[in-house]
Structure formats: C-alpha cells, structure tokens
Design a protein around this ligand. Structure first.
Ligand code: NAP
Length: 246
C-alpha cells in the first residue's frame, strides 16, 4: 500500500529480523521480508503479518550477491513506490580458533556481515537521495565493539559495520539520511545454538541484568532509530546488552 511507509529488513525470516518485521508491521508499515535459505519461515511470517492486517511481502536474496540485492530493491520500489528505511540485519556467525579459520570461512563471514551491508546501502541509496530522506539501521554486535575470542572474523566484520555506519552517516547527513547502528548483546535466537548450556549460563551471570536479551528488545531499538523521534540521531551505536558491555 502506497500510503504507508516502507521498510526492507534483511534476514527477516528468523530471530531479530523476524521480531523487527513483526514490530514494523504492527506499527502499520509495508514490510519487505528478505531471507536467504529459510523459505518456509519467511512465507509463514508473511502469512502471519497479512492475517494481522499488515502489508508484507518476501524476497529471497543472499545479501552478499549484489545482483540479487539490486533486484530486491527494484522489486520493493515497484511494489510499494518507495523505500523509507533499510534495516541491515542479515548475519552469520561461527566459532573457530583464529588459527583454524580458513580463507574461505573468512571470506564467507565478511561477505554476509559486511559486504552485505555495503551492497544493500548502495542499492537503496538512489531512492533515498531522490526522496531527500531515509534511514539506514545496521545491526552490528557487542563483539564488534569489544572483540570476541574464537570469533575474530565475526568481530572484524561487525567492527567494520560500525566503521561503515559512522563514515556513511557523515557522508549522507547533508542529504537528510540518517545512518545508525544497533549492537546487541547476547540475544536468545538460533545464533546461540552453537553455545553449550554452561556457556549460556556463564554469559547470563556476566550480564548485570542477569538475563539474556530477546529479539523484541533489539527490534524496539531498531524501530526507535527508524522513527521520527530519532531524526537528530546519526552515526551512533546503541547497544541493547543488559549491561554486558558498559
Ligand atoms: P539468526 O536467528 O541466526 O537469524 C539470522 C538471519 O539472517 C536469518 O533470517 C537468516 O536467513 C539471515 N541470513 C543469514 N545469511 C543471510 C544471507 N546471506 N542473506 C540474507 N539473509 C541471511 O540470528 P539473529 O540472532 O537473529 O541475528 C540477526 C543479526 O543480529 C545478525 O546480524 C547477528 O550478527 C546480530 N547479532 C545477534 C546476536 C545474538 O546474540 N543473537 C548478538 C549480536 C548481534 P535464512 O535463514 O533465510 O538464511
């Protein structure tokens, strides 16, 4: 529907992206749900949002594939007539000792977590420049702020996302486009499946609020940054992390 605002959310089939899609839809936005592999989950989410009275569609695109990303942006623009907000949420992580990281694994982690953000930002930019407004919210991680042992490639990519956010915010500020970053702490999603019960309870104990975060906690920050209340905020990193990093 062309009278509503439109958001593209990458990696919205599961976890934080899914919760973000639900929140934007509840608030009356057109939502383009991007996914890479989880087709059933993405279509189920579209169905769910439509049953709630929302307007949502799905688009399969690996964010590291520039051509597919450009096609996705074109599809969204043709369908909804504009793109107001881009949420770069798609991400993958993997635990490995630094010495065990292969060149291929390094490239894969960087391709999705960092090049994916580059691809999506560059592809939506012509629309936002034409509109003379827009908001980009990039999902980094606390590990991009402080580094994680056994996740050097992931930490490097997520630190890159913070650098990209700050530099792009300076470049696009004069065009009235805000670029911000959300750097979540430990959030209960499939991404934690690699961790053991003991590792999770240690992380919980190391969190002043004594609990893990939920996807909705992150979605709330993302939605705030997308809202008009955040019009004077750009180049910033907000970290919903329960006090894990202060
Ligand atoms: P998740 O539950 O594993 O979901 C990851 C999402 O990213 C899925 O929807 C997945 O879609 C999508 N995705 C993966 N590779 C993709 C690709 N190449 N192209 C497009 N989509 C792709 O993870 P999550 O915890 O929600 O993570 C969301 C974001 O938050 C990530 O950027 C992650 O790094 C960040 N983060 C998470 C935590 C945490 O503790 N959970 C903490 C800090 C930061 P498909 O299944 O369709 O591939």
């Amino acid at each position: 529907m062309r009278d509503r605002k439109t958001v593209i959310i990458t990696g919205a089939s599961r976890g934080i992206g899914k919760a973000t899609a639900e929140l934007f839809s509840e608030k009356g936005w057109n939502v383009l749900i991007n996914y890479s592999a989880s087709e059933n989950e993405a279509f189920a989410l579209r169905q769910h949002l439509r049953l709630q009275g929302g307007e949502a569609d799905v688009y399969q695109a690996d964010v590291s594939d520039r051509k597919k990303v450009e096609q996705m942006v074109k599809y969204c623009f043709n369908k909804y007539g504009t793109i107001d907000v881009l949420v770069n949420n798609a991400g993958v992580s993997k635990q490995s000792l630094f010495s065990d990281i292969t060149a291929r694994e390094w490239d894969e982690i960087l391709a999705v977590n960092l090049t994916g953000v580059f691809n999506c930002c560059q592809s939506v930019l012509p629309v936002m420049l034409k509109n003379k407004c827009g908001k980009i919210i990039n999902v980094s991680s606390i590990w991009g702020m402080v580094g994680a042992s056994c996740e050097v490639h992931y930490s490097a990519a997520k630190a890159g996302v913070i650098g990209l956010t700050k530099a792009l915010a300076k470049e696009l500020g004069p065009s009235n486009i805000q670029v911000n970053c959300v750097a979540p702490g430990i959030i209960e999603t499939d991404m934690l499946l690699e961790l053991t019960f003991d590792e999770l309870s240690d992380l919980k104990k190391a969190t002043p609020l004594m609990k893990l975060g939920q996807s909705r906690d992150v979605a709330n920050c993302i939605f705030f940054l997308a809202s008009e209340e955040a019009n004077f905020i750009t180049g910033q990193v907000i970290s919903p992390n329960g006090g894990f990093v202060i």
